[in-house]
Ligand binder design. Structure first.
Ligand code: HEC
Ligand code: HEC
Length: 296
């Protein structure tokens, strides 16, 4: 019996190690969006269209100004009609070329009746590669019911816009309307306070709470009840964490939505430790029982 104990102990240790490792991985599966499609010259057209739709809805922030369904924003033209209109917008330019130009250099031709306000898709906030621009064009062609003609070339995948990586949290803050009321990092509205440095004095947990429960506190000098009470409910948990991670980064702090930066503070590891202690106590009890048995 006694000779078995070290082996049992090692076995328990291995099991606990696996628990801790799996526990460490799980929240990342839950909170991270699916890996985005890498767009290459080989990407089939229907996948290109799907990737383009994701880009328009999320990373591109396009729906802040445009709509792709009956309801939506009308600061810019209805994108359902863009592909059909494209063929005749510019004399001598076919539809595909115009759509690419309208994303890359939106001021080259302003759609009549609309102001100059669209940022180039190659620069922040969208910060697309040419491959991403073409995926969006494929989506616009499919959305408008015209033939998908656009082709991605291998060199399109290289980053051609600004080199600064765009924080996903910023795109999300724009997408969910936070920047309509708040200025952050030099951009946004003035209805609410500038939140560029808010994470310097507020913990991530407080910021997460403020998003789902705006009445949690009221910024001095501002009126309560203006930040929409239900705003957080429409934002998936993972996205709320990403917005807070961005605010933390703006204040020079780091906040990892999964807690992976510090594995020892992680729930999975704590669970593993609890199981370890439990098993160690069981082993001790077993050893005592074996000892008593031999004495009897
Ligand atoms: C800040 C608001 C804003 C954002 C963000 C924006 N757009 Fe625009 N967009 C406009 C406006 C306004 C126009 C019309 C004036 C012009 O042609 O630039 C326009 C024009 C267009 C056109 C030409 C439509 C036509 O009928 O000729 C396309 C296509 C387009 N946008 C796609 C996009 C895509 C895709 C994104 C996301 C990567 C995007 N826009 C982001 C405001 C915006
Ligand atoms: C309709 C306007 C509006 C929108 C949209 C809005 N807010 Fe607010 N927010 C306010 C106002 C006004 C205040 C100040 C009064 C208060 O604390 O409720 C505020 C306060 C805050 C504060 C506290 C700042 C401090 O220094 O105490 C944070 C953080 C914040 N908002 C984050 C967000 C985030 C993140 C979003 C997007 C999910 C968002 N807000 C959307 C209007 C808005």
């Amino acid at each position: 019996m006694r000779a078995q104990i070290p082996r049992i102990f090692l076995f328990v240790l291995a099991v606990v190690g696996i628990y801790a490792y799996v526990g460490q991985l799980l929240p990342q599966f839950e909170e991270h969006p699916p890996a985005k499609t890498v767009i290459t010259a080989q990407t089939p057209p229907e996948e290109l269209v799907r990737a383009g739709e994701d880009l328009v809805r999320a990373k591109g922030g396009c729906l802040v100004c445009h709509k792709v369904t009956e309801s939506g924003n009308e600061r810019g033209p209805d994108l359902r009609k863009a592909a059909a209109a494209a063929a005749s917008r510019k004399p001598g330019m076919e539809g595909e070329g115009y759509l690419i130009e309208s994303l890359v250099d939106p001021d080259a031709l302003l759609v009549p009746g609309f102001p100059k306000m669209m940022p180039s898709a190659l620069r922040p906030p969208a910060n697309f590669t040419m491959a991403e621009v073409k995926a969006v064009v494929a989506y616009l062609q499919a959305l408008g019911g015209t033939e998908v003609t656009v082709k991605v070339r291998d060199e399109d995948a290289a980053r051609s816009g600004s080199a600064t990586p765009q924080h996903r949290g910023k795109t999300l803050a724009a997408q969910y309307g936070c920047l309509g009321c708040h200025k952050a990092d030099g951009e946004g509205g003035a209805v609410g306070p500038d939140i560029t440095r808010v994470a310097a004095t507020r913990e991530p947990a407080e910021l997460l709470r403020k998003i789902v429960e705006p009445s949690a506190w009221t910024t001095p000098g501002f009126q309560a009840g203006i930040m929409p009470a239900e705003i957080g409910r429409a934002i998936p948990e993972g996205d709320r964490h990403e917005i807070v991670a961005w605010l933390a980064a703006l204040a020079g702090k780091s906040y990892s939505p999964t807690g992976a930066a510090s594995p020892w503070s992680h729930e999975g590891v704590r669970l593993g430790l609890a199981i370890f202690i439990f098993n160690a106590l069981m082993l001790a009890a077993l050893a005592v029982a074996a000892h008593r048995e031999r004495r009897a």
